[in-house]
Ligand binder design. Structure first.
Ligand code: 5RP
Length: 220
């Protein structure tokens, strides 16, 4: 079993009968969704809300009952990946471009479990370029405001064209280097008109489950 799968399957053990479960996005969340689907086949009754079209498609294909964001009042547990996780469970997310829906899920979750392999554990956030979701119609003005924070934002491309999120927006990837105060940066970014959301998840995760190459899994 690979390290992502180790972490994902450990986290899925926390899901209990009747829960509303937030489904993350990405290659680690994939293993969680697959394991949840197995448990549903074995008789577990849950409903899930997905953080991306891709995760929704997987859930539908594998028979996990889905609910829409607007049909629920809260989420019992969300299981999602991350691009970086520090020792205080602060995260950079959005490598897959699903950060807005992921953050909405995390905010409304009684418990957010993050699943990562050891390569994602860092002393300090910031080596991974921070994804910032921006509206497409004021792209240049918004990029200019981002540059005032001392970065050179790169508009994300996919297969030679501008990447669009599930919400129709763009992603500006911003290399901040080492982030000293993630909470302050999160606030500053979201004060820029044209920024929809950013990939800093500060004090949102309750547990980080990490899979290691030697087969160990830790929960912090
Ligand atoms: C998607 C995300 C993912 O959780 C993050 O990019 C990690 O992905 P992976 O598990 O494929 O490494 O935030 O928006």
């Amino acid at each position: 079993m690979n390290t992502k799968q180790l972490a994902a399957e450990k986290a899925v053990e926390s899901i209990e009968e009747g829960m509303i479960v937030g489904l993350g996005t990405g290659s680690t969340a994939y293993f969680a969704i697959r394991r949840i689907a197995e448990r549903v086949k074995e008789g577990l009754s849950i409903r899930a809300v997905a953080s991306s079209q891709h995760s929704e498609d997987l859930a539908r294909e594998w028979g996990i009952p889905l609910v829409a964001f607007d049909e629920i009042e809260a989420i019992d547990v969300t299981i999602d990946g991350a691009d970086e996780a520090d020792g205080e469970a602060n995260l950079i997310k959005g490598g897959g471009g699903a950060l807005l829906r992921e953050k909405i899920l995390a905010h409304h979750s009684r418990r957010m479990i993050v699943i990562v392999d050891e390569s994602k554990r860092v002393e300090r956030l910031g080596a991974f370029p921070l994804p910032v979701e921006i509206v497409p119609f004021a792209e240049n003005l918004t990029l200019r405001s981002l540059k005032e924070l001392g970065v050179e934002p790169q508009l994300r491309m996919k297969e030679g064209v501008l990447f669009r999120t599930d919400n129709g927006n763009l992603i500006a990837d911003c290399r901040f280097g080492s982030i000293d105060d993630a909470a302050q940066l999160e606030r500053r970014l979201n004060l820029i008109p044209g920024v929809v959301e950013n990939g800093l998840f500060v004090r949102m995760a309750h547990t980080v489950v990490t899979g290691y190459g030697d087969g160990r899994v830790t929960m912090q």
